[in-house]
Design a protein around this ligand. Structure first.
Ligand code: MN3
Length: 339
């Protein structure tokens, strides 16, 4: 009897540890080349420590921070998109994992790889030449104070932009000033170059272009242009929509449960946010007659609710109007997502 009980406990523990393994989704990606393959531009010791110690630590700490929380099954992209609402630990380690995974992918043993015709055309359109792109990237990397990254990104309007971020932040994050999908990321933390180059960041930046895999970058460019993530970032950058959404959520959901106090207190704010949304610059891909009409309806609805509230209309009527307004808001949300 005692044996049986122990066996059940043992099996349960086994099952639990199995579930825990499933709940830790992030792992260190393997490199497509040996640690010494990027010599002499990047030395083997730096590569090994950078990959097996630094990157591994981001992965381990990210999993540790997420396990047992309601975010443990959230995708890496979603963690980045909501970085502003995450703990420092999640923000830094999710960024660290994403950034380094990209970094390994765009490096390769020195080869004569060149940007694809499509990418070269875009580079020349934005920066006049490949050389000036390299100069701009190196400038962004050199002037990044302390630790961080220099980026070449595809923006929601399908343009190429050079920018940089601090620490392990990146342009997918909602807290980033410049937003888009990175296709080149250059690590300018000292751990990326100190063993070989010491304090000479500029020498490291000069050498890294020798091992940049333009085939991989060109592929990333083509993928980024078609990526649904680009539309997500575009919508997410529409601050007036987010501002309206917040007040809508904080007044509508309590009302649904019979608590009318928030909408009674904030109907003017709701109207103001609707008007601000109408006056905001609609991101290019969402600027359609359907969305413009839905925003007009939103302003009308919010104005009516505010007026009714001022006149102290009954709860039931106010609630009905609020449900209608919420439906209109979801028409806009839906139209933004389906494009
Ligand atoms: Mn690094």
């Amino acid at each position: 009897m005692v044996m049986k009980k122990n066996k059940i406990i043992f099996l349960s523990l086994l099952l639990l540890s199995g579930l825990q393994a499933i709940a830790q989704p992030f792992s260190l990606p393997k490199l497509n080349y040996a640690y010494n393959a990027l010599e002499p531009s990047i030395d083997a010791a730096t590569m090994e420590i950078h990959h097996s110690k630094h990157h591994q630590a981001y992965v381990t700490n990210l999993n540790k921070a997420l396990v047992g929380t309601k975010s443990e099954n959230t995708s890496l992209e979603d963690l980045l998109l909501t970085a502003g609402r995450r703990s420092e630990t999640v923000r830094n380690n999710a960024g660290g994992h994403y950034n380094h995974s990209l970094f390994w992918e765009i490096l390769a043993p020195a080869s004569a790889s060149k940007p694809s015709a499509e990418l070269l055309k875009a580079i020349e359109a934005s920066f006049t030449s490949l050389d000036s792109l390299k100069k701009l990237m190196n400038q962004a990397a050199t002037t990044r104070f302390g630790s961080g990254w220099a980026w070449l990104i595809v923006t929601p309007d399908q343009k190429l932009v050079v920018c940089s971020t601090a620490n392990q932040d990146n342009p997918i994050m909602d807290i980033s000033k410049d937003r888009g999908i990175p296709i080149i990321g250059i690590d300018v933390w000292e751990h990326a170059y100190y063993l070989k180059y010491q304090n000479k960041r500029g020498d490291y930046l000069g050498a890294i272009w020798n091992v940049l895999d333009w085939n991989a970058v060109s592929k990333k460019y083509t993928e980024a242009l078609k990526s649904p993530l680009l539309k997500v970032i575009e919508k997410d950058s529409w601050q007036a929509l987010k501002d309206f959404h917040m007040v809508m959520g904080q007044t509508f959901h309590p009302a649904e449960e019979g608590n009318m106090a928030p909408i009674r207190a904030r109907s003017q704010e709701l109207q103001d946010k609707a008007i601000a949304l109408k006056n905001s610059k609609i991101p290019a891909s969402f600027d359609t007659p359907e969305i413009r009409k839905a925003i007009d309806d939103l302003v009308k609805g919010a104005t009516e609710i505010n007026k009714l509230n001022t006149k102290k209309t009954k709860d039931a009527i106010l609630k009905e109007k609020l449900i209608k307004l919420h439906d209109t808001f979801h028409i806009i949300q839906g139209l933004c997502s389906s494009h």
